[in-house]
Design a protein around this ligand. Structure first.
Ligand SMILES: Cc1cc2nc3c(=O)[nH]c(=O)nc-3n(C[C@H](O)[C@H](O)[C@H](O)COP(=O)(O)OP(=O)(O)OC[C@H]3O[C@@H](n4cnc5c(N)ncnc54)[C@H](O)[C@@H]3O)c2cc1C
Length: 290
């Protein structure tokens, strides 16, 4: 690994200034489970590594049913699924956090790092989109909010500009009759990258029989994670039945544009989008009914 300078700022302003004024390539370090592998294998280079884990905002995890969840970008995955209230309020997020690598990885890896690595197959990204999360980005020109579905722009690339970092991911308060679910398809039971994945969120009307609102996201089937906008809008007002979930799966397929590689063909991945959308919607509805 090429040698680099290391800094561990304790405030957002200090981190942003270091990133903005660095000579050469500056890289942010959270859990390091992507970055250190990339540096070691020369897939990325760094002249300065900025460790952001001493910045209080990035390690914050605060939840109330009224305010929702504020998740600091560097909070490791285990803190999410071990938090009983957060797991109950946002099951899709907890499900994804629980399958990022194994236990050792989950004790370091963050949702912010997963999003900023911007892999089309990042496991936590579909839940972020389905749950309507908003990303707080801090930089030399101040703070801006970016919707989770707009964050990634191409494989490994995102909306962050020079000097900017992701500070916090903000989740809306859980709906009273709401539920969510995340599922991925992998050839093995664990420790693999998704061949295709889907995350769904639903809110039911008071009867529990009709979908009031829904959001569906799919990953690993396009250059970036995708919000299935048409499927999501179509679901509003529909009966919460297997036929509806299957039809939404057909609509979700429209935003998939996968590649064929050794892990799956285009056709197989598109098929999986339908299956996983249907399954996650069914599970989300079951959870919404309590
Ligand atoms: C053995 C193994 C198994 C894995 N399994 C999975 C898996 O099943 N599913 C999956 O999705 N991923 C998996 N990964 C990849 C990785 O663990 C995840 O992507 C993880 O969530 C990255 O988080 P991190 O905190 O370690 O990020 P880091 O490696 O620290 O950072 C990742 C990238 O994001 C940037 N970054 C980090 N924080 C910020 C910030 N606040 N603002 C701006 N940029 C930032 C970094 O500069 C870097 O480019 C695996 C990795 C390993 C080594």
């Amino acid at each position: 690994m090429k040698s680099f300078d290391y800094a561990a700022p304790t405030s957002l302003a200090e981190a942003s200034a270091l990133l903005a004024h660095a000579n050469g390539q500056a890289r942010i370090l959270a859990g390091g489970t992507d970055l250190l592998v990339q540096l070691r294998e020369h897939l990325r280079e760094a002249d300065l590594v900025v460790d952001v884990k001493r910045i209080p905002e990035l390690m914050e995890l605060s939840f109330t049913p009224e305010q929702g969840l504020r998740l600091g970008a560097s909070v490791p995955c285990y803190r999410i699924y071990e938090h009983a209230e957060v797991s109950a309020a946002y099951p899709a997020l907890a499900e994804a956090a629980r399958i990022v690598g194994g236990w050792q990885i989950q004790s370091r890896a963050s949702v912010g790092g997963n999003l900023c690595n911007s892999s089309p197959a990042g496991d936590t990204i579909a839940p972020l989109i389905a749950l309507g999360a908003s990303c707080t980005v801090v930089g030399p020109e101040g703070t801006r909010q970016v919707a989770a579905e707009e964050f990634c722009v191409s494989p490994g690339k995102n909306v962050l500009r020079r000097g900017e970092l992701l500070s916090t991911i903000v989740f809306p308060p859980p709906a009273k009759s709401g539920g969510s679910a995340y599922e991925r398809f992998i050839p093995r039971n664990e420790m693999d990258i998704a061949v295709a994945a889907a995350g769904s969120w639903v809110e039911l009307d008071p009867s529990g029989k009709t979908i009031k609102n829904a959001r569906v996201a799919i990953t690993a089937v396009a250059p970036t994670p995708r919000f299935a906008a048409e499927a999501s809008q179509w679901l509003a007002g529909k009966p919460a039945t297997e036929e509806t979930f299957a039809q939404a799966g057909e609509l979700a397929k429209k935003v998939a544009s996968p590649i064929t590689d050794m892990r799956g063909t285009q056709e197989f991945r598109v098929h999986l989008v339908g299956v996983l959308t249907k399954r996650t919607l069914a599970k989300a509805v079951e959870r919404a009914r309590g």
